[in-house]
Design a protein around this ligand. Structure first.
Ligand code: NAP
Length: 641
């Protein structure tokens, strides 16, 4: 038998101390524990397990926690929950900064200390219940956000069907099976707020673990009976006479079918239509060639000469995995990515930490909160452009320049022996301009291998046997792998979405997709887009947070229909346009809006169509409940059967 005291000591040795302090306040009810020396030090680039505490403070905290946890395990009841003003102080303490007052409601909702899933809909009122039963919703996609929509609609009692082109749920985690694929923000935050998993084996889980998580959530919430797999949406047309969406699908058995619903929710992601580079001679290549998101497991790379085009998030993950296997690897880099130090990127979550997450009340909630604050809005100011900045164009302000210096220093430390690599790896654009990647050293280690070359000469053409660079050199290759990203700014493409007056959404967008809060667009009643225009977050936040906000809003919009009896809801053009003008102005003030940056965040006309430019709190505030004044509500019609 294991000694419980030793188990506890071992667990406490692994503790995230700021989260432990918060748990201790809950366990003891003693707000006086919040003394200055126990305030965590804010450092977004450090794992900060110790919170910057002195060894004495850390030891004292562990000893107090041990006693309190022991008492709790022995059956002592929890004291009354901390008062709201204490919780507010606790937030500042764990964050290591004075969090602005306007964040309180938002962060309280995110923390969910009461154990109530505050984002779950409540349609218990009989009139609403009856109205819910008369609605039908079609959701396109059974990935992270489609499953979430299903969960919320089920809770609301609204009948729904999820259409999924793949053979199983999981979306991006079903499709991306390249070696090394894993989430690049911490899992204890990259998970539904209402479905924590204390057993994630690693801080940043691998693709199979994530797929398993989402599939288990689908099972737990009984979603499978609502999902039609291998069913691809071809087009959705709004039938104005009937106020219904008619959705035509290719079915699993090769047929075509039209389904009808009151509302259509698209949950198709931004990053699942592979983009192949437009390079002369590409189609002439003789060997196997494939995109990272369509990984060919049947192609054995062992002993082959492999060419990888692109050095974005995907290549950053698969290159270190394939480098030891191949005979030779040429990596063609156009622009270097920003590598943010993340020493725990490939680390297992120690057993002690898992134990604390599973056994100590509130520890997991505060740990998630710490990640949430530190990695999202905590970073926000550092990627904001200072309009008065007159420093070098590789930064957009003083805070941005300081972060840059810190990250370049970390990069430099990795290549002291290879100054040629530093020259190639140091980005010349502002940090935050493109998605920064989590770096634990494996990327640079792969680049340093004798069988790996990082080529920055630029690609001139592709021949049947290799890649010709602009310096005229031909580099032989047996296999070509594209890590060249996705058609992000085309959003719902290749689905055809037709709204009022037969207007096609892609045509209306004309290469410049826009929506109100990313979700609704004029002329397309009862169409709701998840992960739509300008809802992407850049500085490492969890996109699950955004989806949770959006889905709450969408279910709120359906509730508005149920409450008013209106058949449709359509955003007012003036509201939509004013919102987009604000978004554009704000994006121009962010690192990713800098004219020095090209990335998938910008569309064909150069507008940032992907990113949310404001703090997360603003999206939360805007999406708690839809404002009826933002919409044109359709006139009630007498239902004819
Ligand atoms: P990406 O970030 O768009 O990177 C594409 C890469 O291909 C870039 O290095 C780009 O260079 C290069 N490229 C494109 N066309 C080229 C051409 N014609 N010639 C030479 N190089 C070319 O794509 P990704 O790596 O697949 O990642 C896309 C997004 O997916 C990420 O930003 C992230 O949001 C998400 N993602 C997340 C994870 C994760 O969470 N674990 C993993 C993978 C992807 P330029 O920079 O010069 O354009």
């Amino acid at each position: 038998m294991t000694d419980p005291s030793a188990t506890l000591d071992a667990a406490l040795a692994e503790a995230h101390l700021p989260a432990l302090l918060m748990a201790l306040v809950h366990l003891t009810g003693d707000a006086a524990l919040l003394t200055e020396e126990r305030r965590a030090v804010y450092d977004p680039l450090a794992e900060a397990r110790l919170g910057g505490y002195s060894p004495e403070v850390a030891a004292d905290l562990r000893a107090r926690a041990k006693a309190a946890i022991q008492k709790h395990l022995d059956g002592a009841p929890l004291p009354a929950p901390p008062a709201p003003e204490t919780v507010r102080r606790m937030m500042d303490f764990i964050a290591g900064v004075d969090i602005p007052a306007n964040y309180a409601a938002f962060l309280t909702d995110e923390l969910q200390l009461t154990g109530v899933d505050t984002k779950a809909p409540d349609w218990s009122e009989p009139k609403l219940k009856a109205a819910a039963g008369r609605m039908t919703v079609i959701v396109v996609g059974a990935g992270m956000s489609g499953l979430l929509t299903g969960i919320r609609l089920k809770q609301a009692g609204v009948p729904f069907t999820i259409l999924e082109k793949n053979a199983d749920a999981g979306g991006t985690w079903f499709e991306n099976v390249y070696p090394g694929c894993r989430v690049d923000n911490p899992n204890h935050m990259y998970s539904y707020s209402f479905e924590p998993n204390h057993d994630f084996p690693q801080y940043y889980s691998t693709q199979p673990v994530l797929l398993d998580y989402f599939c288990k959530v689908a099972d737990k919430h009984g979603l499978r009976e609502h999902i039609r797999f291998e069913t691809t949406v071809e087009e959705a047309v709004f039938d104005e006479a009937a106020n219904r969406w008619r959705v035509t699908v290719h079915t699993k058995d090769g047929g075509r079918e039209t389904l009808v619903a009151n509302a259509l929710v698209t949950a198709v992601g931004q990053l699942n239509r592979p983009r192949y580079p437009d390079i002369e001679g590409l189609e002439t290549f003789d060997g196997p060639s494939f995109h990272s998101a369509r990984w060919r497991k049947d192609v054995d790379l062992t002993g082959k000469r492999v060419a990888v085009i692109g050095t974005g998030a995907s290549a950053f993950q698969f290159v270190p995995e394939i480098a030891p296997k191949v005979a030779h690897l040429d990596i063609y880099q156009r622009t270097p990515p920003w590598p943010l130090p993340g020493p725990t990127y490939h680390d297992d979550v120690p057993e002690g930490k898992k134990w604390l997450l599973g056994h100590v009340p509130f520890y997991g909630k505060w740990y998630r909160f710490w990640l949430f604050w530190t990695l999202t809005d905590g970073f926000y100011e550092a990627v904001k452009a200072d309009p008065d900045w007159n420093g070098p164009p590789e930064a957009v302000g003083q805070a941005n320049a300081e972060l840059r210096a810190q990250v370049v220093e970390a990069l430099r430390a990795q290549v002291v022996d290879r100054p040629d690599l530093l020259e190639k790896l140091e980005p010349r654009y502002p940090i935050g301009g493109k998605r920064a990647l989590v770096d634990n050293g494996v990327w640079v280690n792969a680049l340093k291998r004798d069988n790996v070359d990082l080529n920055t000469a630029g690609i001139a053409s592709i021949t049947p046997t290799g890649v010709v660079t602009r310096d005229g050199v031909e580099h032989p290759a047996d296999v070509l792998i594209f890590g060249t990203g996705f058609h992000a700014s085309r959003f719902l493409w290749p689905m055809k979405i037709v709204g009022r007056g037969g207007v096609d959404l892609e045509t209306a967008w004309n290469g410049d997709a826009r929506a109100y809060l990313g979700m609704t667009t004029p002329g397309f009643p009862n169409l709701f887009i998840l992960y739509g225009p300008n809802t992407n977050i850049v500085v490492n936040g969890s996109i699950i947070f955004f989806s949770e906000c959006s889905v709450r809003y969408i279910v709120g919009a359906l509730k508005l229909l149920a409450q008013t009896g209106a058949p449709t809801l359509e955003v007012k053009k003036a509201v939509h346009d004013a919102f987009n003008a604000k978004v554009d102005a704000a994006n121009a003030q962010m690192a990713w809006g800098s004219p020095n940056v090209t990335s998938w965040y910008k569309n064909a006309v150069g507008r940032v169509s992907q990113n949310w430019p404001f703090p997360l709190v603003d999206y939360w505030n805007a999406t708690v409940t839809p404002n009826p004044d933002d919409f044109i509500l359709g006139a009630k019609v007498k239902e004819t059967a």
